[in-house]
Design a protein around this ligand. Structure first.
Ligand SMILES: [Zn+2]
Ligand SMILES: [Zn+2]
Ligand SMILES: [Zn+2]
Ligand SMILES: [Zn+2]
Ligand SMILES: [Zn+2]
Ligand SMILES: [Zn+2]
Length: 208
């Protein structure tokens, strides 16, 4: 492990001990949002507690183009406060647990990392138009992997084509945290030593 610098330690409301920023950690499951992470983590070594860079620093409230009607509230439910009803991310359709953003009147939920997805991306195989992150529309078959699309997607409305969020890899404007997560999907789909998160399992049919 790399030498730690105390100046990089933070006190986060989800954990009793200070967390220290560590680069090059390898794979981990974030104890905030309970999704896979790779590389940079805010870590408590004593407890083997990890937070994504973004989960350690994301704000208590957020205005997002994904849900322009209302400000989203950051919520955190610890393992002792699990809900009976499973909540799913409105963007990627995976379950949200622990740390996430919520809109109470609309029952809208989103992973912290999913809020980092850019509204528009350049997709190299489709250079003429920007693709826009959309709730529905265009086509339900991914232009890249030909798999079915069941959640939000990047679409070109003009050309009526859609691409999975994780199949858009070519954009330099994609947020680093999000890119990290999607790049991390690659070794997992080929049976790495890491614990397979929920995320990959549900999308497994795309790779068959
Ligand atoms: Zn996280
Ligand atoms: Zn600790
Ligand atoms: Zn999500
Ligand atoms: Zn709302
Ligand atoms: Zn795809
Ligand atoms: Zn187009």
């Amino acid at each position: 492990m790399k030498e730690m610098s105390l100046s990089m330690a933070i006190q986060h409301f989800t954990h009793i001990h200070p967390l220290t920023k560590v680069d090059g950690q390898g794979g981990f499951i974030c104890n905030g949002c309970n999704t896979y992470g790779f590389g940079t983590t805010y870590r408590c070594v004593t407890c083997d507690y990890d937070l994504h860079d973004h989960c350690a620093t994301c704000p208590p409230t957020l205005l997002s183009f994904m849900h322009p009607q209302h400000e989203l509230q950051r919520v955190f439910r610890g393992p002792d406060q699990r809900q009976l009803k499973e909540h799913r991310c409105d963007i990627c359709d995976e379950s949200v647990e622990g740390l996430y953003y919520h809109c109470e009147p609309c029952d809208f939920d989103v992973h912290p990392l999913c809020t980092q997805l850019p509204q528009q991306v350049r997709h190299v195989p489709h250079p003429d138009h920007q693709l826009e992150l959309s709730h529905s529309g265009a086509s339900n078959t991914c232009e890249v992997c030909r798999g079915a699309i069941r959640s939000w997607r990047y679409k070109c409305g003009l050309c009526r084509l859609s691409v999975h969020m994780e199949c858009v890899k070519s954009s330099a404007s994609t947020g680093a945290a999000t890119q990290q997560r999607y790049i991390a999907l690659q070794p997992q789909s080929h049976h790495s030593q890491y614990n397979q998160p929920h995320y990959t399992q549900l999308h497994h049919s795309q790779y068959n």
